[in-house]
Design a protein around this ligand. Structure first.
Ligand code: ADP
Length: 525
């Protein structure tokens, strides 16, 4: 049984300053340290850089026995072991990166009973003898870093993580799991697979990044929108994320022609070229990197002043991670995310065409919906974002919607007209044709199909085609309509739209998304 003789705040504070050299805990750390030290099962969700490692390292010093730390990131483990040793803590790692001498030294320390923290690569759990070794050495706590790796639907799934649950059960010790991934499905999976289904104490902290200004805009001449955004921030380091490799090259060229130091980065480049860009970005003030999502993992530049998305990210988690690269130094930083109907279609199609099992695809649609909901939000962007992560904020005052609350109109009639056009044509057509029907536009396709005879023909003349495009985008954004991948983007009605069609529910829409689309709205096909 864990002995917790003097796990008082005083002890924590002393260890914090004397061993780790920190003056105070960050928000949330103390509560987690307390719970983990007391031997409670805990799941802590903190964003990257939030200070998770302290939350198991400090308890490891307070508890009897060895704390086993499982992490998939070998380089990071080795860094932590080195830092702990320098701080005078007996720590060791068993990973594929070890030399034989290192491994031997770790086993010797385990035999002597002097080791406090043992870092373990997940594949070690599969090695014969590991479980027996762990039973022998007297484990007092299991800490699991990057706990979302246990999720089979996630991108970082590690089959060996599935063994951790068995290990916890067989050693019968408390387990503390840490991750930056906060969505509900992943949390549920972690609970099932690591904690055998009995819910751990959950901690969720630090998702708010109050210095980052949040803004979204519908695409309306997107290249110009990005160039304008960059021009207003001349001389500042920034990242522009694009959905395709080709676009990173053309957009960085456009930025250079506009007088910015700019370069591009994507996964198709040679490793050397990529490293050059990373180093240049780190070193050079005011460089703009136009990149795919491949740019990010290794970036640790504190003074990135802005992040723009030239295309909609693929999920709310990706959005959060990508904008989160701005303003790590705490000084004001700005973001702009562009989105259009073409993005929504692209992201839906990517999910539908992925080889993932159906449940995973449903979850991915859900994550995309959450992002689209954020894009079409009617009030405080930040509270919408944080409530998705289960975190909260009282007043934001640092997003486009707080700056200028959007004008809303009752869009119920417009939505019902559009739904009617969709249903009367058998959910067989894309937005372009549907808009021709609504606006009463005679085209060959209309007359061939006899759609000018429909009662819906011309019922939407109060809006221009461009305004209807804005309406269709908002309807897709609210997940009232989805493109059918089997039929080239023919739009069908979702269950969420049924109450509106039946007159049981009204819906508010943003006026600007309708009004501003007169000239050059994105083409909706
Ligand atoms: P992550 O949550 O990404 O695992 P780390 O544990 O690596 O984050 O911590 C991120 C950084 O924050 C590290 O440089 C760490 O030294 C620092 N840090 C953690 N806790 C504190 C604290 N209480 N005070 C100051 N710095 C801290």
């Amino acid at each position: 049984a864990p002995s917790m003789p003097d796990g008082t705040s005083r002890t924590f504070d002393t260890l914090l300053s004397e061993v780790f050299g920190f003056a105070s805990f960050r928000p949330g750390q103390r509560d987690i340290v307390q719970a983990v030290t007391e031997g409670q099962n805990a799941l802590a969700i903190m964003p990257t850089g939030g200070g998770k490692s302290l939350c198991f390292q400090l308890p490891a010093l307070c508890r009897d026995g060895v704390t086993v730390v499982v992490s998939p990131l070998i380089a990071l483990m080795r860094d932590q072991v080195r830092a702990l040793r320098e701080a005078g803590v007996a720590a060791g790692a068993l990973t594929s990166g070890n030399t034989d001498d290192e491994t031997e030294a770790v086993f010797a320390a385990l035999d002597e009973g002097t080791l406090k923290l043992l870092y373990l690569a997940p594949e070690r759990l599969a090695a014969s003898g590991t479980q027996a070794m762990l039973r022998r050495i007297g484990v007092g706590l299991i800490a699991v870093d990057e706990a979302h790796c246990v999720s089979q639907w996630g991108h970082d799934f590690r089959p060996d993580y599935l063994r951790i649950g068995e290990l916890r059960a067989s050693l019968n010790v408390p387990l503390a799991a840490f991750t930056a991934t906060a969505d509900a499905e992943t949390r549920a999976e972690i609970t099932t697979r690591l904690f055998g289904g009995s819910p751990p104490q959950e901690f969720l902290h630090g998702f708010d990044r109050p210095n980052i200004h949040l803004a979204f805009a519908p695409k309306d001449g997107p290249r110009r929108q990005i160039l304008d955004f960059a021009a207003a921030r001349r001389g500042q380091s920034g990242i522009v994320y694009c959905a395709t490799r080709a676009k990173t090259e053309t957009l960085s060229k456009a930025l250079r022609e506009d007088g910015h130091p700019a370069t591009f980065y994507h996964g198709g480049m040679e490793a050397d070229a990529r490293r050059d860009v990373e180093e240049r970005f780190q070193r050079e003030d005011g460089l703009i990197v136009v990149a795919t999502v491949a740019f990010g993992m290794g970036i640790d530049k504190p003074d990135i002043r802005w992040v723009a998305h030239a295309d909609l990210p693929k999920s709310i988690e990706s959005y959060y991670q990508e904008i989160g690269r701005a303003g790590r130094d705490g000084a004001p930083a700005e973001t702009l995310t562009l989105f259009g109907s073409d993005d929504i279609r692209l992201r839906r199609t990517q999910i539908d065409e992925s080889l993932a099992p159906p449940e995973r695809r449903d979850a991915d649609h859900g994550r995309l919906n959450a992002l689209l909901g954020l894009a079409e939000a009617l009030e405080c962007r930040r509270s919408t974002l944080l409530s998705y992560f289960g975190d909260s904020v009282t007043t934001c005052g640092n997003c486009d919607l707080c700056d200028r609350p959007p004008d809303v109109i009752d869009g119920t009639d417009a939505v019902r007209k559009a739904l009617s056009a969709i249903l009367r044509t058998g959910e067989n057509f894309g937005a372009g044709h549907l808009i021709d029907i609504l606006t009463g536009t005679q085209t060959d396709k209309i007359s061939q199909r006899g759609h000018d005879k429909l009662p819906t023909f011309g019922v939407g003349r109060e809006f221009t085609k461009a305004q209807w495009q804005g309406l269709f985008r908002q309807m897709m954004g609210r997940d009232l309509l989805r493109p059918d991948r089997e039929r080239h983007g023919a739009l069908f009605m979702t269950e969420a739209a049924r109450p509106i069609l039946k007159g049981e529910q009204r819906i508010k829409l943003r006026r600007d998304a309708i009004a501003a689309r007169q000239r050059s709205g994105p083409a909706v096909k």
